[in-house]
Design a binder for this molecule. Structure first.
Ligand code: GDP
Ligand code: MG
Length: 685
């Protein structure tokens, strides 16, 4: 019973059933919605907006709702399932809103049956009703709700239909403490086994706060963590084993399937009676036809490559590049105006240089790439929201499995195109330690957003019309190196079998403008935040080191600065790769802090006033081949400080992060060396 009039609601359901969409509707939060299983890893909590559409203002803050990760069952096989299950059992929410995608109703109810056994007040939100309607299906809500013994409310989360009624019902069941009416859907042998075991372990189950029936079902399914938690005696364990094997013999299947079959039989009856399904929906029909092409054995990967080539061409060659130039021009003009004003006012030349070189040229050159990043993420989020990225994961899954890698690893790797930090954190969702370790090591090879300014500047300076292809080749190289590294790790270090993973393909959807907008806004905000904190500080340090000499006097020329000394020491290391001057060595060192710093550092060191003059200056310093070798090095070398530290945390070892720093630097050096030397042979330099 809710105390103090506050209500705590848990939102549970299958991946991709619309939990986050509903959560955002109710709370006004802006969580990432993706048409992609596995996006919400940790639970997110917020109050329902008071004074909004669903609650009067005076009720504000009274109802808290938690968005749990998507799960298919309450078995403890993945991190998501453990998070969701522990939450419901330990925190005892006043009500569960169980969201079920009506287009995949059987699979959704499979989870509902398990949630019902937890004996918590519950309501089923039947989501995506708009899709069902469009495809001429229908549900007898009253009958369905009688059959399953839990109130059912039809909704469409994305169209805000039925959400108010759902909330009312949830409040109602929470206050009335209306628990599910049916908890027993088994017959025959399974029924007898569950009953017997439930009696046997009743005290133990009550002691840890779960219902005997839930405990009995899970124990018969075989659930080691729960068995331990129950603290059973040897004798009790033995009796359970006997009951289970007796049931297996009688039912003629293994214990897990016996229970699963019962659940599906119950669900089949309920759905058969209450749901009028569309035969094959227009949607599914179209999806299936598109999929036969997009996920085909021969065309899948080439089509993906073409799609990416198009995106890179638009981003780096056309729209993004043009917009970035406009912003670059803006910084150049305002920078010149400010410099003029400072000079006229007779301000100290060191301050003049600080404002002009560090702030306008350095940080400004990074910020100029914001339009490019927005354009790129606009396309990427459309790919994700439409459901195409899930297909990419599907094709890669098949390919990776042949190499002994888990297909599940593909999701962190795709997230790695954004930023390695959340990508590495999402590795927690993998179920085996081996798969987790391998995936953590592969993810940083994926080309992250922070490298876009580097690509943008170099592509414009050296590669003109083929900019898109050059960037595509870098992304492809990152993937290829990751796969090679995976194969090596699999053969030499972490031998074993990947855990099987069933990748499910969501139906194609028209991307939702709002969720694309939210994603873009977050990326832009993150990027600006970094520009004005980490990148700004790093650029100021670079500026300081190049302006002063060892005795803190203003250096007569750059060559006498502290930075030239440091960079000069590192430069010979890069000579075999074609860019062995102190300027590039320094930029690479600065890039450890954040990859964008490579660009701001180059702008400071070449004395450029903006990206535009940086792009004009670069061809005087490198040949296109040397520039490409530099890009390859930047793609692959040690990830930034933030990523390195998160690797240490997730692997629970600082040795792991140190060895990653060294390993990736070596891989980058070797790859850039090969690219440069082979390139020289080809062009005969
Ligand atoms: P979660 O994984 O359960 O958190 O699901 P999300 O909230 O991320 O939603 C998954 C996908 O379903 C997204 O593409 C949403 O835009 C879409 N979606 C959510 N609710 C509805 C709905 O009521 N109707 C339709 N047609 N699509 C929806
Ligand atoms: Mg979600």
């Amino acid at each position: 019973m809710p105390d103090h009039g506050r209500i705590f609601i848990a939102l549970a359901g299958n991946p991709n059933s619309g939990k986050t969409t509903l959560f955002n509707q109710l709370t006004g939060a802006n969580q990432h919605v993706g048409n992609f299983p596995g996006v919400t890893v940790e639970k997110k909590e917020a109050d329902i907006r008071g004074g909004g559409e669903y609650l009067p203002r005076r009720e504000a803050g009274r109802i808290t709702i938690v968005d749990l990760p998507g799960i298919y069952s309450l078995s403890p096989y993945t991190q998501e399932e453990i998070v969701a299950r522990d939450f419901i059992i330990r925190e005892k929410p006043d009500a569960i809103v169980n969201i079920v995608d009506v287009m995949n109703i059987e699979r959704g109810l499979y989870l509902s049956l398990q949630l019902m056994q937890l004996d918590t007040p519950m309501v089923i939100a039947l989501n995506m009703m708009d899709e069902l309607r469009e495809n001429h299906g229908s549900v007898d809500i009253k009958l369905l709700s009688e059959r399953v013994g839990v109130p059912v409310v039809p909704i469409s989360a994305s169209r805000k239909e039925g959400v108010g009624e759902l909330l009312e019902t949830a409040i109602h069941v929470a206050y009335g403490d209306r628990r599910p009416l049916i908890q027993d859907f088994c017959t025959g042998a399974v029924h007898r086994a569950i009953h017997a075991v439930a009696h046997l372990i009743e005290d133990h189950a009550r002691r840890i706060g779960i219902t005997p029936r839930f405990a009995a079902t899970k124990v018969i399914e075989n659930d080691p963590p729960l068995l331990d938690a129950l603290g059973l005696t040897e004798h009790e364990r033995h009796t359970i084993e006997e009951a289970a094997s007796y049931m297996q013999d009688e039912a003629g299947t293994d214990r897990k399937s016996a229970i699963a079959d019962m659940r599906y039989e119950f669900i089949g009856n309920a759905v058969g009676a209450a749901v009028e399904k569309p035969h094959t929906t227009l949607h599914q029909d179209r999806s299936a036809r598109i999929d036969s092409l997009l996920t085909s054995k021969y065309f899948g990967i080439p089509i993906f490559a073409c799609v990416m080539a198009l995106i890179f061409w638009l981003t780096f060659g056309v729209i993004g590049a043009a917009l970035s130039d406009v912003l670059g021009l803006f910084f150049e003009v305002t920078g010149a105006a400010v410099a003029g004003a400072l000079a006229e006012g007779g301000v100290n030349p060191v301050i003049q240089s600080f404002v002009g070189d560090a702030v306008f040229a350095g940080v400004g050159s990074v910020i100029s790439f914001i339009p490019m990043i927005i354009v790129m993420f606009f396309f990427m989020s459309i790919l994700e929201d439409s459901g195409y990225m899930a297909r990419v994961a599907f094709i890669m899954d098949k390919a990776l499995r042949k190499l002994g890698l888990s297909g599940r690893s593909i999701i962190p790797m795709i997230l790695g195109f954004g930023c390695s930090v959340p990508a590495i954190m999402s590795v927690r969702t993998l179920s085996s330690e081996r798969d987790r370790k391998i995936t953590i090591m592969l993810t940083p090879f994926m080309s992250c957003t922070a490298k876009l300014p580097i690509y943008g500047a170099f592509a414009a300076a050296f590669f003109g019309h083929s900019a898109g292809l050059v960037v595509l080749s870098l992304y492809a190289l990152g993937i290829a190196v990751a796969i090679c590294a995976g194969v090596v790790l699999n053969k030499l270090v972490y031998r074993g079998k990947p855990v099987p993973f069933i990748m499910e393909l969501p139906t194609y959807r028209f991307p939702n403008i709002k969720s694309v907008g939210i994603l873009l806004w977050h990326r832009t905000k993150d990027f600006l935040q970094r520009a004005f904190t980490v990148i700004f500080v790093a650029t100021v340090v670079i500026w300081f080191l190049q302006t002063f000499d060892g005795r803190l006097n203003v250096a007569a020329d750059q060559a006498g600065s502290m930075l030239a000394m440091i960079g000069g020491l590192a430069a010979p290391v890069f000579a075999p790769l074609g860019f062995g001057t102190w300027i590039f060595a320094t930029a690479i060192i600065a890039g450890f802090i954040a990859k964008e710093t490579v660009v701001s550092c180059l702008a400071v060191l070449t004395g450029a006033a903006s990206v535009i003059s940086l792009e004009a200056a670069l061809p005087g310093l490198l040949t296109p081949l040397q520039a490409y070798s530099f890009l390859v090095f930047c793609l692959l070398y040690t990830p930034c400080v933030a990523a390195v530290s998160v690797v240490g945390k997730e692997m629970h070892s600082s040795l792991a992060s140190v060895s990653m720093v060294v390993r990736q630097a070596l891989v980058a050096w070797a790859c850039a060396f090969i690219v440069y030397r082979v390139g020289l042979l080809i062009i005969g330099g």
